[in-house]
Design a binder for this molecule. Structure first.
Ligand code: SAM
Ligand code: SF4
Length: 475
């Protein structure tokens, strides 16, 4: 079917009640604070059950500081139980900032005439990719404004360019996408380029607010965006990433919206989203929003913990929008992926690390300027296992065939060993002597902790092979 984004409305009545504000508010308003219920809900989540909307509302309505602590503690426990100490690293790479939309919160919006618009050409894209490989990256997310120039074919072509770059011992092994919604054939074209996850954030699930902050362009169509990842699924992209831009509307409503979106995917496609993102609004060139709903730090920790408990198996992404101290703190409450060495300026990675950011050259302000190597040191020294693993996606362990969480022992069998192998590669190719020492100490410790005779021997063998020059080894 051909869809016209400007006039699109949801054709399939099954989806109509998918976000129902009365239902969401009904749960938020009519769920009473109840200690026993809160504890039961936390326990259900620790038993790895995805929470219902009503159960999520129970957590949202817990205000007693003791209960809030228990929710945070639950999220911490769940993270340890499900994801271990593994943190996956990636970097965003902005390909083009042309945009026909007018999103009030975004520095790239069409009405910002002071932005010098750039679309990387092939050589520039190769240069940026090399600069990222040189830092040690293996996973990128390519980012685009919404513009006729950034067609599905254009995106597919840029994905191909990135995959073809090799530099030293390195290459990019997984390319994810954050771009505008497409129709089904468009998503199919992009899927065929071999992408990992396609991310589209709804920004706000509250339609009147959505209309208020999206003043022009295709993005103004709420339903076109809300159903975007359904079309991606129809096109065969089974790794999709959802998100809400926190600060546009009441955070409680957005958390419920995200959980409802997850339920919808599970009901229709038998698989939840691969990742959830929860960016908080940051400063941007001519930022023009109502500040009434900006989310404070303590609320942010609460909402991340609630999301962790509500959707136990989904990856959660925390980006360099947040300052390093907030990131370090929130990592413990269930985050599984972070970016490192981030630079939002188009063509910025080839220029090297910049201490100050020019707002007219990026989409928004970032607040964690640490290089990837600084982040690696921090993670290693605090006992996390930094991971550049891309094994599942390359072995076809995606979508409903694979939910790392639902397969008992999966993390121990695959994720931790693969994280250690990609860490060994990083240590060999990109780390200082000091990091190398600390990193190998961590690898030895974590191998001992695995405690499965056979796997340990095979893992040690693979680490030795990496030391002697082999690359890209995984289980
Ligand atoms: N143009 C594509 C789109 O709108 O879907 C790509 C999105 S944009 C490059 C990635 C995300 O950044 C947006 O979906 C939005 O949630 C977020 N973003 C935009 N402005 C922001 C701001 N001022 N602070 C924090 N995040 C912002
Ligand atoms: Fe364009 Fe995306 Fe920015 Fe909106 S958020 S103005 S669509 S780049």
């Amino acid at each position: 079917m051909i869809y016209h984004p400007q006039t699109y409305s949801i054709p399939d009545k099954r989806m109509k009640p998918f976000i129902d504000p009365d239902e969401i508010w009904g749960y938020i308003r009519n769920t009473r604070e109840d200690k026993k219920r809160v504890r039961d809900v936390i326990q259900a989540s620790l038993d790895k059950k995805r929470l219902s909307l009503e159960e999520t509302a129970v957590l949202i309505n817990a205000r007693d500081p003791e209960l809030i602590e228990e929710i945070k503690e639950g999220a911490r426990t769940l993270k340890e139980k499900v994801y271990g100490e593994r943190i996956v690293l990636f970097a965003p790479l902005y390909v083009g900032d042309l945009c026909t939309n007018n999103c009030q919160y975004c520095g790239f919006r069409a009405s910002n005439k002071d932005v010098k618009r750039i679309t990387l050409n092939e050589q520039e894209l190769i240069g940026e990719t090399k600069a990222l490989i040189e830092q040690g990256h293996k996973r990128l997310i390519l980012v685009y404004g919404e513009h006729p120039k950034y067609s599905a074919e254009f995106i597919a072509e840029t994905v191909g360019i990135v995959y073809n770059v090799t530099h030293g011992n390195g290459e990019i092994r997984r390319v994810n996408i954050n771009a505008a919604p497409f129709d089904i054939p468009g998503f199919r074209t992009i899927k065929d380029a071999g992408i990992g996850t396609f991310q589209i954030f709804q920004e706000t699930y509250h339609e009147p607010t959505y209309k208020r902050v999206h003043l022009g362009g295709i993005k103004r169509n709420y339903e076109w965006r809300l159903t975007a990842l359904d079309r991606a699924q129809e096109a065969g992209i089974d790794d999709v990433g959802i998100g809400a831009l926190f600060g546009l509307y009441d955070w409680r409503f957005e958390v419920m919206g995200l959980v409802r979106h997850v339920n919808h995917f599970e009901a229709v496609y038998n698989v939840g989203p691969h990742t959830i993102s929860f960016p908080r609004i940051q400063n941007a060139l001519s930022l023009d929003i109502d500040k009434a709903h900006l989310v404070k730090d303590d609320e942010f920790i609460r909402l991340v913990s609630i999301l962790r408990l509500a959707v136990p198996y989904t990856g959660m992404i925390l980006t360099a929008r947040e300052p390093s101290h907030t990131r370090d703190q929130i990592l413990r409450f269930g985050v599984s992926q972070i970016d490192g060495g981030t630079n939002l300026e188009l063509g910025g990675y080839s220029k090297g690390k910049q201490e100050t950011q020019d707002l007219s050259k990026g989409q928004f302000q970032i607040n964690d300027n640490r290089s990837l190597s600084e982040i690696m040191d921090e993670l290693i020294n605090t006992g996390y296992i930094p991971s550049f693993c891309t094994a599942c996606y390359r072995l076809g362990r995606t979508g409903e065939h694979f939910m790392e969480f639902s397969v008992p022992g999966f993390i121990k069998r695959y994720c931790t060993p693969n994280a250690l192998l990609t860490l060994a590669e990083y240590l060999e190719d990109y780390a200082s002597e000091e990091t190398k020492q600390a990193g190998y100490k961590l690898i030895s410790k974590k191998i001992e902790e695995l405690g499965q005779e056979q796997k340990v021997a095979r893992l040690k063998e693979k680490v030795d092979k990496i030391k002697s020059g082999q690359r890209d080894l995984y289980f």
